[in-house]
Every structure is written in C-alpha cells, then in structure tokens.
Design a protein around this ligand. Structure first.
Ligand code: BTN
Length: 240
C-alpha cells in the first residue's frame, strides 16, 4: 500500500485519473479538502475542510479490474466493518455503493474506470462523513456523520488507517476468490422497499427484491423480474 496525502486538491479521483500511469497498484490518495469533489450522476461532493475522510484508491491489478462488478459493494462492506468497530450499528448498503445509518447517508462511493481499448485502471472514490456536524445544501434528507452518531469526534488519521487496511485486505480476499455474499446480504437497505427509479431514462416505481449472489440487484417492474447491474439505475424514495 502507498499513501499520498494533499491538504487541498481538486479531487482525489481526478488526481488518480491523471496520474495512474506513474503510480503503483493500491495507491491511496487522501485530502483534507477537495475544490471539485464529484459524486454519482455528475453531482458535486462538498465536504467541510479537514472534517471528513476523502480518498481514492487506484486499482491496476488485472485480476481485480476483471472483478469490477464487485468492487463498489466490497468497498462499502469494508467501510461498514470499520464503522461497526467504532460502535456504529444499523449500517446498510444502499445498492450499489452508498452507506446509510438507519435512513441517513453517511458515505458515498464512486467507482470510475479509465478505458482505452480495455479498462486501464479502476478508481474507487470514497467520501465518509466523519466529524462534520452541519450539512448545508439541498438534500432530500440530511446526511449523518460518525460524530453525529457517536456524539464525539473521531481521530481521522486512526480511522483512515483502519479503512485503508481493511479495504486492501478485503480486495485481496476478493481476488483470492472469497465470497462475501453471506455477509453482504444482511446489509441490504433497499430489499423489500418500493422505490422510484430511473431506468433507461424513465422514472418508474419498482419493488426491490434484493441483492443477488453476483451483486447485481433483483427488481420487480410491474410483473417483470429483472436483474440489473450498477450504473443502470438510480433510486429515490420519493418521486422527483
Ligand atoms: C456519491 O455518493 O455520489 C459518491 C461520492 C464520492 C465522493 C468521493 S470523495 C473522494 C473522491 N473524490 C471525488 O471527487 N469523489 C470521491
């Protein structure tokens, strides 16, 4: 594992996108502040300076790149294991890659790939709310943070090492063929919920049947049962 840290940067994921050719597999890049942090669906990812864990991980290993469909969910699971170590229970994975505590988002994960004739690298970007107490901006529901859940501040450096080590350990296990499904299925936030989704550019109400053993998601759209891969769909609990 290699770790680079910036006090301020545009985005840790953009840094890896621009520099992956000169870096090693399993390079972690963290930052106190991002001026252009981004999330899914081209949304901004805003985070108070020095309060949260903001990092990206570079994956160059071909075997892991080939497992790209599992990477987001294993990253979420690895983060949940650390949250539980800190005493935060009631954590869920909102498929494929958000972490919720009860009904509030605590962590967002964005998996990106640099593709030429094949996938050159994967970049896992993680934003975990740690010591931020107040969230300004437009949210359907306010996010939470470790500090809000625990009513005390968390040492960011200690947390960072725990998350990096656990994520690396689990990615090695994944590569060795370990099946995380029996652990992951217990954290399925959407299972059994009726949600609004945007599938093929169309908003519809669907029922979620749950995460499949291959980490795709089984949904019911009217009478049709479909398995979907991440990236095909976004979910809202209320109509937009
Ligand atoms: C989401 O919920 O939409 C995913 C958010 C991912 C944010 C992280 S913060 C570190 C890394 N750098 C970025 O610009 N984005 C990711």
């Amino acid at each position: 594992m290699k770790v680079l840290h910036f006090e301020s940067i545009d985005s840790t994921s953009t840094y890896l996108k621009n520099n992956y050719q000169d870096l090693d597999n399993m390079t972690f890049v963290s930052a106190d502040y991002q001026s252009a942090g981004h999330g899914r669906n081209n949304r901004n990812w805003k985070s108070e300076n020095g309060s949260n864990l903001l990092f990206s991980l570079l994956i160059l290993d071909r075997e892991l790149i080939n497992l790209f469909k599992s990477i987001s969910i294993i990253s979420a699971y690895s983060t949940i294991e650390v949250l539980k170590e800190y005493g935060i229970s009631n954590c869920f994975i909102k498929w494929p890659n958000d972490i919720y505590v009860n009904d509030e988002k605590i962590c967002g994960i964005l998996l990106e790939a640099v593709t030429k004739s094949q996938i050159e690298c994967l970049i896992v970007g993680i934003g975990l709310n740690v010591n931020q107490k107040v969230f300004e901006g437009e949210y359907l529901r306010l996010p939470t943070s470790m500090c809000k859940e625990l009513n005390k501040e968390v040492d960011l450096n200690e947390l960072k090492l725990k998350v990096f080590n656990n994520l690396e350990k689990n990615l090695i296990k994944l590569k060795e063929g370990y099946d995380f499904y029996s652990e992951i299925k217990d954290y399925d936030y959407l299972k059994g919920k009726e949600v609004y989704s945007i599938l093929n550019n169309e908003e519809k109400k669907i029922s979620v049947l749950g995460i499949n053993p291959d980490y795709s998601l089984k949904i019911k759209d009217k009478e049709n049962i479909i398995d979907i891969d991440s990236g095909e769909i976004s979910f809202h609990t209320s109509k937009i």
